[in-house]
Design a protein around this ligand. Structure first.
Ligand SMILES: N[C@@H](CCC(=O)N[C@@H](CS)C(=O)NCC(=O)O)C(=O)O
Length: 268
């Protein structure tokens, strides 16, 4: 039996759920509340010592890292049909899966510098916040989170994130100028891996990052959202009124994000 430990709106969990939905697999879900710290539960840490979601357990086999979960499910239950056969497209798809580590870092920075900052700090005393930060096992991630909570959109991690996304969006647009999907002619693992990240940016009112310059990405996002897997894995886990509230908060950060984006675009 497949068991998924996941977060309702966590991007990496959305990736895992998208692949489960694309392949048509049933699973037992355990939802963790990342804002209150379920990921630090000692029993969960035995499964995922990084204190993050998602974690897939397949009859006792534990698989962590969302991109590896996508590949694992496709290879184990789908005869690898979501991985292109063509060697060049296969290498490109594998590169996207690898790049997801950096892309995830960028999305994490942009989320915590804006809407998640207030959410994580809400109702916590400085001591409680510090206690939460201390629970993060990786000191680099911990210090990054501290910086984002302290400095918000002025954190240097925001500029680094926007540079990462600029390169990713340009490369996605280049693939989409040639093929129907980022994976190639057929929908595949690269599309699944990227959808949750681009959807998050859209929900953070940051579609201005691609609308003028990379319209192929806007078109791809619309087409991806029409797939049943999007409804099952992403939309059905989102509370529309919470999403609207998040968008209205996010919009207030756009001018600052747009300024940094424009500096990067102009080569400064
Ligand atoms: N590279 C990991 C990243 C996992 C990750 O950072 N997950 C986030 C949610 S998208 C998380 O669990 N965060 C917990 C926290 O921020 O404390 C993967 O792709 O699975």
């Amino acid at each position: 039996m497949l068991t998924l430990y996941h977060g309702a709106t966590s991007v990496c969990s959305q990736k895992a759920r998208l692949s489960l939905a694309e392949i048509g697999l049933e699973y037992e879900g355990h939802l963790l509340d990342l804002m209150t710290g379920d990921q630090f539960d000692p029993d969960y840490l035995k499964l995922n010592p990084n204190a993050v979601v998602p974690t897939l357990v397949d009859d006792g086999t534990v698989v962590i890292e969302s991109s590896l979960i996508l590949e694992y499910l496709d290879e184990t239950y789908n005869a690898g049909k979501l991985m292109p056969r063509d060697p060049e497209l296969k290498a490109k798809t594998k590169l996207w899966l690898l790049r997801c580590l950096a892309i995830h870092g960028a999305i994490n920075s942009l989320s915590f510098a804006t809407v998640l900052r207030a959410r994580q700090m809400a109702g916590k005393t400085p001591e409680q916040l510090e206690a939460m930060l201390r629970q993060m096992p990786n000191p680099i991630s911990r210090e990054k989170r501290r910086d984002l909570l302290e400095n918000g959109v002025d954190s240097l991690h925001v500029e680094a994130a926007l540079r990462e996304m600029r390169s990713a969006l340009a490369d996605m647009a280049a693939m989409l100028a040639q093929y129907h999907w980022v994976s190639g002619p057929d929908y595949g693992l690269a599309d699944i891996a990227l959808l949750a990240y681009i959807d998050r940016l859209d929900r953070l009112a940051m579609s201005g990052l691609w609308e003028d310059e990379f319209p192929e990405v806007a078109d791809w996002l619309e087409r991806s959202k029409m797939r049943d897997s999007y409804k099952t894995a992403i939309a059905s886990f989102v509370d529309p009124s919470a999403a609207e509230k998040m968008y209205q908060t996010a919009v207030t950060f756009w001018p600052a994000i747009a300024r940094t984006w424009s500096d990067i675009r102009n080569g400064s």
